[in-house]
Design a protein around this ligand. Sequence first.
Ligand SMILES: [Zn+2]
Ligand SMILES: [Zn+2]
Length: 371
Amino acid sequence: MATPLHPQSPPPVRPSSRSEFEIAIVCALPLEFDAVCLAVDEFWDVNGDSFGRARGDQNLYTTGRIGNHNVVLALLPGMGKVSGASTAANLRHSYTELQLVLLVGICGGVPSPGGSREVLLGDVVVSQQVVQFDFGRQYPGRFITRDDASNTLGRPDRAIRTLLATLQTEHGLERLEEGAAQHLASIQCTASAKGRAVTYGYPGIEQDRLFPPGYFHKHHGQTQCLCHESEHPCPQATTTSCKDLGCDVARTVRRQRLYARQKSKVFVGNVGSGDTVMKSGLDRDRLAYAHQLIAFEMEGAGMWDELPCVVVKGVCDYADSHKDKVWQPFAAAAAAAATKAVLRQYSQTDRQCRSKYTRPGLQGIPPTQPS
Ligand SMILES: [Zn+2]
Ligand SMILES: [Zn+2]
């Protein structure tokens, strides 16, 4: 479904070269990439990629238009920091005029950031800052994150800061959430119309279960594995569902928003990025408190080494041991929809204030020219 364009925006035309692309969208998982593709209004590479790549760049790109922006899409070869860093380095070599890089997909959410807000599965987080929480020193029995500015990765450039500031006004956020809800419905419709195996439907509030951080995902009955005598689950428990283990739904935390939920909310804040999958409610809450985090993901820190990016990710679990994959498709679609809404807002920021991209902290060093 085509997006109506902003009345003052220039008509979109097919770019003639890579240098005309100012926006990149990067995904770590095929599921995330597919959801973003459903948000693309028009593809420029239906007859093959005519834009090519810089020498040595092994990324594969998809190009197209979302609203009135030309966008280049890249899928990471795997999850984690190294994958994010190498893809971003190549992306930067091939597409030298990028102004905005969005890292789009799914993440683990902090259920109650700051103790007052309620984040639900299917909500979307947008990064104000990316915090590398696993950068520090491992002492016997404990890890100390470096508590200085170096674990908070650079500052986005002015145009991105303007965009993020807009998204923190009630008006801007409301408009973003309304736009995202419309785009989500469109993505779901398109997926159904195309007969996709994944249709990105809402799994239902009964599937949104939050257990207290100290309630562990393990065998709860009398079993030979002795799970019930320990805080640590046996290896088999980590790959077994809550239902089969007997995790008690009566222990779930009540959330006010859950039964009144109408659409995905968008939260702007610090996103923690590390190379380990967060699967512990206690560690999640400890790190969230220490760094004012709203979510955890795995590629942002690596990307930031090369390109300042904005993380836009849908919450598919609560970063605890009970996590499963039920919410991943919906969360991926919610993130893709929010990305489209973010781009709509971005088109309304003053183009004059955009400065040509320079690496954070290295202002004045021009980006590498394409070969
Ligand atoms: Zn067990
Ligand atoms: Zn469980």
